[in-house]
Design a binder for this molecule. Structure first.
Ligand code: LLP
Length: 404
């Protein structure tokens, strides 16, 4: 690994997120290339890592953005993504968010229920701006991933079924305020199996064909994100096979293929550097207590997710299993369980891998812990892209109310 984690930790202290910008650009390029020869748009899923500089790094590559709140839309714009490459998704967009999105003239609003479509129409009528919309269709396909990150089954809250989608398209076509230009599905995240995506793409492409037959011309075929990455020994979907499955499903349709990857673009370009505070043995159980915690990286606690952790100095000595835990007052506060580590002591550095997606964006201030510093690594240099939060930052919004 070419990144000097020790130097970074000395300069910026820990816990510290480091993002390899070159790696992230190369992920964007690999995916874009897989669709070569086809009209395609990669809209980076901002939720994976929404640091302005990370988004800007993708914007420079001509990426679009997939956003799930007006905050994310505004981040994307601020980072330099063109409005006509921004998609606004999510099951619960509010009146104000819809209004602002229309005023900002983004590519399209992805509606997820009939009620939401009606609200988009109402807002559009009020402000006199026609709304470009898509419908998120739930194809009821099992993505075979962790249940918390599966999104394309009827038991999940996302999208609408095919019949409802048809009704929504017909309604939009007949409205003076709605322009149905897109279709969308997303069956889940961290997908390592191509078949469910191919099956869902076939179902949705057939729907596009049946809409065409009634004069509804879909121009954007958005098949979500979901490409899995290597946390340990997963066998991955080759982006070329992924693209091929979509291209073959949409054969004969004149559509722009829209892909909205998050994890694939940023996860393995991110590292969380943490310092060992103490080691201890309770009975026969070894614990390594570090200065990063579940408030910095929630994935292990929330999904029991595995993140490979390595000792930066690669210390000698016999490895033995240890739980790597943070200082938070919860038994569920761990970064790894029973992972093999050499003997460690206070001051040693550990690096948590695959932390560039759903890491910092899911961080919190639980236990009044300030959020970590974020640093970009590019051309052999480190740049702070978000400074460490101070105690003053944490209490800034609060007012001390004392009854006399
Ligand atoms: N588009 C839509 C509509 C989505 O719901 C998602 C993710 C994405 C794109 C990006 O998916 P990706 O390419 O990253 O798989 N916090 C969880 C992941 C939740 C993902 C939810 N939706 C985790 O840490 O694993």
């Amino acid at each position: 690994m070419s990144i000097d984690f020790k130097k970074a930790a000395e300069e910026f202290s820990t816990p510290l997120y480091i993002y390899d910008f070159k790696y992230m650009r190369s992920q964007y390029r690999a995916l874009k290339e897989a669709f070569e020869g086809k009209k395609s748009l990669i809209t980076y899923a901002v939720k994976a890592n929404s640091n302005l500089s990370v988004i800007a790094n993708f914007a420079k590559e001509s990426s679009g953005a997939d956003c799930v709140s007006i905050g994310e839309v505004k981040r994307a714009l601020l980072a330099g993504i063109e409005p006509y490459k921004i998609i606004f998704s999510g099951v619960g967009k509010s009146y104000d968010e819809i209004k602002e999105a229309l005023e900002l003239k983004i590519l399209m609003i992805n509606t997820e229920s009939e009620a939401e479509l009606h609200l988009v129409e109402e807002v559009s009528k009020e402000i006199g701006i026609e709304a470009r919309v898509s419908v998120r269709v739930n194809p009821n396909v099992d993505p075979k991933t962790h249940p918390y990150i599966s999104t394309g089954l009827h038991e999940n809250k996302f999208g609408v079924d095919i019949d409802m989608a048809k009704r929504m398209y017909i309604y939009s076509k007949n409205s003076d305020y709605l322009d149905p230009i897109g279709i969308h599905f997303h069956i889940g995240s961290q997908l390592t199996n191509l078949e469910p995506i191919a099956e869902a793409a076939q179902i949705i492409a057939d729907l596009v064909r049946s809409l065409k037959a009634i004069d509804i011309d879909i121009k954007f075929f958005d098949f979500g994100g979901g490409l899995g990455i290597k946390y340990s020994d997963e066998i991955l979907i080759d982006p070329k096979d992924y693209a091929e499955a979509i291209i073959s499903a949409t054969k004969g349709l004149d559509v722009t293929l829209v892909c909205e990857p998050g994890r694939y673009m940023s996860a393995n370009g991110g590292y969380l550097v943490t310092k060992v505070l103490y080691e201890k043995i309770n009975g026969s159980k070894r614990f390594t207590i570090v200065d990063a915690a579940m408030n910095d990286l929630l994935r292990p606690s929330l999904y029991n997710a595995y993140h490979k952790i390595e000792s930066v100095e690669r210390k000698d000595g016999k490895e033995s299993p240890t739980d790597i835990v943070g200082p938070i007052c919860e038994s569920g506060d761990f970064l790894a369980k029973d992972t093999l580590m050499p003997p460690l002591e206070g001051g040693d550095l550990l690096v948590v891998n695959s932390a560039g997606a759903y890491g910092f964006t899911m961080a919190s201030n639980y236990n009044t812990r300030g959020k970590a510093c974020e640093v970009a690594y590019d051309n052999g240099e480190f740049r702070v892209i978000r400074r460490r939060e101070s105690f003053e930052d944490l209490i800034e919004q609060e007012r001390l109310y004392l009854k006399d």
